[in-house]
Write a protein that binds this ligand. Structure first.
Ligand SMILES: [Zn+2]
Length: 456
């Protein structure tokens, strides 16, 4: 039979499930950089021959793919499959099963990639009304992935891909060490209370639980991996399993390592969201864990996590809210000195933190704070991975000052004053006392007025 040219083309898009992606990219957007496999089968006397692959290609920036083949001119049917996979990322559909725990405390998850399990059919002439095709050019148009599970996996690909782009764009030292695998839906089975989402530092895999497909959770788990890449002595990080599954984690933890990692992952998720949305989103549209991102906690709120005999700066580092406040203070451009009864803006334009004795500048960028966790060759004090013993305020500040000399002792003193429960909780002249916005709520009438409610 004469050989003729077949061309199959189309574009792959997803209608977003995650509201933050719909906000950033519109209701639907192109699936970039995914693998597309075109299959065809021939009409034979009593039915159809087997599906054979005509090749695998990668979609371009507009989600487009094209496969051209020289084949016989007999009638064909086409089938299109996709795989969410490239050098940086692989998305896998998981499952909830009775998973046993390995020696490292994480569920045993054997990665076997010998099947086609991760390939998903997005078009099939059998299912579509198409009876058979002749040789020539077949533009399948826009192929929307579905059903919902596939849209969810496509959103994981899109969101994690955007996050990896954002991290990579900061510089060569800001990416992840290895290819990330994200599995969804996945969890520890048998109704285990430790059934939240988690990141396993051993195999570089993020597991998203079936009921936790939210942008914050996804970015939180990804940033755990980012931090683990830069931390040594992470044995025992399986505490995450219980921590993420717990309805109400302890305010005061037994170590500083756990609250550091938890606060960092959550704080960084917000910073990433702001970056991915070009500053348009400062809060997640669902699963929002932080009611006042970017606003440091008041000393009064920090102290609530500590027993009455336990109220020292050092013990604040045993709390997630302490680390969350510390990270926020590093990036806070300024916190104005507050009058006790004033519900005014907490952050002003001057880039100034008012320390106990004088005004000091801070306001590191997200990138600059991440850089504190990077290792810097030739800079003693910051030239190796973080060890668990570095993860207290003293250790982190020491490292941060090696990386960013502009963090002078004055700046550090201003930050520490905000975290120190032994410092006065009453604002003094020129003393920074950050407060939670919720603690500053005005009486109902005044609050409504400042919120811009219609005036009569
Ligand atoms: Zn976490």
């Amino acid at each position: 039979m004469a050989q003729v040219m077949w061309t199959v083309t189309g574009s792959v898009q997803v209608e977003h499930v995650l509201p933050e992606l719909a906000w950033i990219r519109g209701a639907r957007s192109a699936l970039r950089g995914i693998k597309v496999r075109v299959q065809a089968r021939s009409k034979i006397p009593f039915g159809w021959g087997p599906w054979t692959s005509w090749g695998t290609v990668v979609t371009d920036g507009r989600g487009r793919f094209t496969v051209a083949e020289t084949r016989g001119g007999d009638r064909r049917q086409l089938r299109i499959q996709v795989l969410f996979d490239d050098d940086r990322l692989r998305i896998k559909e998981g499952g909830r099963a009775g998973v046993s725990l390995g020696g490292d405390g994480f569920p045993v998850d054997v990665a076997i990639d010998v099947t086609d399990k991760d390939w998903f059919v997005i078009h099939d002439d059998r299912v579509a009304a198409t009876e058979s095709r002749r040789a020539g050019c077949h533009d399948l148009g826009t192929l929307l992935v579905g059903p919902r599970r596939l849209r969810e996996l496509a959103d994981l690909w899109t969101l994690v891909g955007l996050a990896l782009d954002g991290l990579d764009s900061m510089g060569s030292r800001f990416g992840l060490d290895r290819k990330q695998v994200v599995k969804y839906p996945m969890g520890v089975g048998n109704g285990s209370p430790a059934s939240g989402s988690y990141s396993n530092p051993r195999n570089g895999t993020v597991y998203i639980a079936g009921d936790e497909l939210h942008s914050r959770t996804i970015l939180h788990e990804l940033m755990h991996q980012w931090a683990y890449d830069r931390t040594r002595g992470e044995d025992g990080l399986a505490w995450q399993l219980a921590r993420h599954g717990a309805a109400a984690p302890a305010a005061r933890e037994a170590t500083t390592v756990m609250p550091f990692h938890e606060a960092f992952a959550d704080w960084a998720a917000y910073e990433l969201l702001r970056r991915l949305s070009n500053g348009g989103l400062s809060s997640f549209l669902e699963d929002n864990s932080d009611s006042e991102p970017g606003v440091p906690h008041s000393r009064a709120f920090l102290v609530q996590a500590l027993g009455s005999t336990d109220r020292h700066l050092d013990t604040v580092a045993f709390t997630e809210r302490g680390w969350r406040s510390f990270l926020t203070l590093l990036t806070c451009p300024t916190v104005d000195p507050l009058e006790p009864e004033t519900a005014g803006a907490l952050a002003g334009p001057s880039g100034t933190i008012h320390g106990p004795t004088r005004s000091v500048r801070c306001g590191l960028t997200f990138r600059q704070v991440l850089d504190v966790l990077n290792s810097h060759a030739g800079r003693p004090g910051a030239n190796s991975d973080l060890r668990n013993s570095d993860l207290d305020f003293r250790g982190i500040v020491h490292r941060a000052q090696r990386v960013h000399p502009e963090l002078t002792d004055d700046v550090v003193a201003g930050i520490m004053s905000c975290l120190d429960p032994l410092d006065s909780t009453t604002p003094r002249d020129g003393v920074l006392v950050p407060r939670r916005r919720s603690e500053l709520r005005m009486p109902v009438g005044a609050g409504l007025a400042t919120a811009g409610a219609p005036r009569s």
